[in-house]
Design a protein around this ligand. Structure first.
Ligand code: GLU
Ligand code: MG
Length: 432
């Protein structure tokens, strides 16, 4: 059976399976889908829904995002395909994350002729098993996950993604995995696919994983870092300008400026859980301010290094990285919000931001304001308020999207009730 699926407001991958022999007809007919599904929170409680029990939609599988993988263990195939949710008359559904991303990418292309080229970098942790002291970045830490890494490598290759790196990260039982960049909507598709493969391998090897933004407020978080660059219509890299600020070409500079200008309002989408805000605090190598960093890992957007030693031309190496995201978000929605903010920056012809050189957490509110920085929201509530009250940001999304999104997140918060941080972290660890 093939699961036709999509990423949703909860950052979950949900779907419905059909016999594989029906693939061709299902590409036209799709599978039936229910509007209120979008209000199923990560905790399975249904948030307030404007749709109630009414309505019918179609989830239409997209051949280009079809994945079939057989791990070497027991021969059971994993088979799924991402798709778009449409109204029965074929219009994209207003809450379809993949359609929202497509329209953001169209906006960028309309404005500039540029397409997006990039990859997600994922951090995750094994939920159980030996987690020993002294293993950060070590060969010993890698060895503890070698079987996992090799199985994942084979699975990744077999579905047409190009594996890049796998490493023992800093945190307890924490690892990081990357793949080579992809184009346009495939950037988010591949992020979704890779995360599914990590989960699959974890289940098969009985080493369950979690991508939760943070497991323990006293510890390090699991970030999602999104590397981005642009290609022109001829497919040539079009991000780098050796004479631009920090190497940013004109459009790239405006794009990054747009992300930073609207970051406090889109963060409700890129870092959308209650615990996301425990991670987005200073000195965690995550992101606490709307600043640009030049090779600085304590920034929301970081200009990544280019090397003179590489066999790849500098213009092709050059990319910037969005660091204020986590895996509680749909990769499609997360990328859509970033692309819209960037496109807005291009429309407004914003000036390329200056990179910060110092520890912004040492500045008081007045000094931050004078320099044009904001401390990013420190709770999901605050983030949702800034999202909802920013009319520019909500206008990027289809009519009705912002209200439903906020209702969804309120439903997620309501489930948590009066639990303390530790209990809340434990719940998120279970569901992501
Ligand atoms: N774990 C950090 C985060 O929460 C990132 C560490 C790194 O730079 O890779 O984003
Ligand atoms: Mg990392």
């Amino acid at each position: 059976m093939i699961i036709a699926c999509c990423t949703d407001l909860a950052g979950k991958v949900r779907g419905k399976a059909f016999p594989a022999c029906q693939f061709d007809v299902r590409q036209k007919r799709g599978v039936g889908w229910t509007p209120t599904n979008v209000q199923i929170t990560c905790f399975d409680a249904i948030a307030e829904s404007p749709f109630g029990a009414l309505g019918d939609l179609l989830l239409i599988p997209d051949e280009t995002a079809r994945v079939r993988v057989v791990l070497e263990d027991d021969g059971t195939a994993e088979h799924f395909v991402l798709g778009d949710i449409k109204h029965t008359d074929g219009r994209p559904w207003e809450l379809c994350t993949r359609s929202i991303l497509k329209s953001a990418l169209e906006r960028l292309e309309r404005l500039t002729g540029l397409t997006l080229y990039g990859a997600f970098e994922h951090e995750f942790q094994f939920r159980s098993g030996p987690s020993r002291l002294g293993e950060a970045y070590t060969t010993a830490g890698f060895r503890r996950a070698r079987e996992f890494a090799e199985t994942l490598l084979a699975a990744t290759r077999s579905v047409g993604l190009e594996p890049d790196t796998f490493m023992k990260e800093y945190g307890s039982g924490q690892y990081e995995v990357t793949t080579a960049p992809a184009h346009g909507v495939a950037i988010a598709d591949q992020a979704t696919i890779l995360r599914e493969l990590v989960r699959l391998v974890g289940e098969r090897l009985e080493r369950p994983v979690t991508f939760t933004p943070i497991r323990d407020p006293a510890s390090v978080g699991n970030g999602v870092h999104i590397h981005l660059s642009f290609l022109d219509r001829a497919g040539k890299p079009s991000t780098y300008d050796p004479n631009g600020a920090h190497g940013l070409g004109r459009h790239a500079g405006q794009f990054v400026a747009g992300i930073l200008k609207y970051l406090d309002a889109i963060i409700a989408i890129t870092a959308p859980s209650v615990v996301s805000y425990l991670r987005l605090t200073p000195h965690r190598w995550s992101a606490a301010f709307n600043n640009l960093g030049f090779r600085d890992r304590e920034a929301s957007v970081r200009i990544c290094p280019v090397s003179d030693l590489s066999d790849i031309a500098k213009a092709s190496q050059f990319n910037f990285e969005f660091r204020a995201g986590d895996a509680a978000a749909s990769p499609h929605l997360q990328l859509a919000a970033i692309v819209h903010a960037g496109a807005q920056g291009i429309e407004e012809e914003l000036e390329a931001p200056q990179a910060t050189q110092e520890d912004l957490s040492l500045l008081d509110a007045g000094a931050l304001r004078a320099r044009g920085y904001v401390r990013l929201p420190q709770t999901l509530d605050e983030a949702l308020n800034r999202f909802r009250s920013n009319a520019v940001v909500t206008s990027w999304f289809p009519v009705g999207f912002a209200d439903v999104y906020v209702m969804h997140k309120k439903g997620e918060q309501a489930y948590l009730g009066e639990r303390n941080h530790e209990e809340i972290c434990a719940l998120y660890e279970q569901v992501y």
